[in-house]
Ligand binder design. Sequence first.
Ligand code: ARG
Length: 564
Amino acid sequence: MDNKALVAQAIAVAVPELDLATITAKLETPKSADLGDAAFPTFTLAKVLRKAPQQIATDILAKIDQSAFEKVVAVGPYLNFFFDKNATTNTVLRDVLAQGAAYGQNNDGAGANITIDMSSPNIAKPMSFGHLRSTVIGNAFANLVKKNGYNPIKINHLGDWGTQFGLMIAAYKKWGNKPIEEYSVDELVKLYVEINKAAKTDEAVADAGRNWFKKLEDGDAEAVSLWQTIRDASLSEFQEVYERLHITFDSMNGEAFFNDKMIPVVAEIKDKNLLTDSQGAEIVDLPTLLPDENLPISMILKSNGSTAYITRDLAAAEFRQREYDFVKSLYVVGAEQTEHFRQLKAILKLMGHDWSDDIEHISYGLITINGEKMSTRKGNVVTLVEVLNMAHEAALKQISEKNPDLPNKDLVAEQVGAGAVVFNDLMNERKNFIDFTPADAVKFEGDTGPYVQYTIARANSILRKAGVEVNVNDLQLDDAATWDTITLLKNFPTVVRDAWSKRDTSMTAKFALRLARAFNKYYANSKILVDDEQRNSRLALVSAVIIVLTEALNMLGVEAPSEM
Ligand code: ARG
């Protein structure tokens, strides 16, 4: 039984009028440690028990079995519980060492599916920094829900369909001077930029684009084959980023996948009397249907019969619901699409799909690089691969200074560089704007991923020096200096739950930083390897810190090198 349960149990025995769940819900963690480790407020019981809160606290205290605690005291309307630190310490260490990476795992989700729409870059364009955030945040959510007992399904809803592909094909037909296979993604992007400029001023070009997209939707062989080649080229470029971040997907069904699944959805919307004709286009008139929601109309079919982004999202949502029967469906997409997802949910709801309540837009803010916004127009564009390379270089430089003899420096630099990029993103609340400055983010001190990685590496070197296996059956740690570290280790399972319930993956990152700091402080002031009866217990603490820090980093998608 964990300490909180122990407290609730003791109160339940003393106050039979209250059930365990009610008591547990009321328990608080005092602001400072001198007030104890758990507090039970009695104000709300005053009515039920018809006594003053102070009186209730003293009455309960008299009836409580205190043997499981260091002490229990009544302070005004509160009962404050002080845990038995030695027992707690050794229980926590035993739990962590026995469970290893599974420590903190719960089964709240009971294996239910959660779909995570993440990354989802657009073909024939370079992957943007917004997509990087989606990739990294989505991956952290996948790991987080898994740790909470759900089954995550990572879906890359590739932007591989739409009028822009019509334009792309039109550009190739207009200017192409070699087989499409011979175009690099860079060249394709140039074509794309050129044709977009042309389409703005020349209606004929815009028309050609729309016509080619219509052909693509109708399955025209030439259009489909050109599209396929462009898609393959882009995908293999995205793959490099995914590989360097160790990110995999369960589904790569992008927008194109839904091309042949659109007719039934549109028919369904029509059957439910939600479709209105508007100058040849078919729309859902949200302002009229839901006057209080303040949403714009939603174009479902363009006047030439082509579908729209939202049409494909409606089809995708229904498909995911049928295919995965999700309990939650997350869309990790930038804040600029908030309205789109409100429209999506509203239309699904109007269609009578109650499961639309389970759709959540996990939005996030902008990212700048070295303090600058990336803009194609201003010419300060860096690709994601270039950013990963910058981080790698900065990490390598630092490793070479600190640890010149380290074997496989290059591999470690890659782990540190990629880790810095990912951690820098995830340690901030996702709605915030963030900046990535490679030289700062790779630092081994301060609030960085490499600081946590470095803590793990140092802890590993202590174990290597000790040269013995930790004996889990001989734990007798009794050292006030370890209490902060122990409290954090003990709290990890709660962080796992809270991070999910608050939809905040930064809680895991902040936890890792706190634990790393607590451990480093302990390590700076204590001798771990001295030969006394607590040596084994101290090494157990070191092992436990390695296990939990490594798991926290892995949950964020960051690797932990054992030496750096
Ligand atoms: N490809 C889109 C973009 O880059 C993001 C797609 C997000 N997912 C979705 N189901 N709409 O803007």
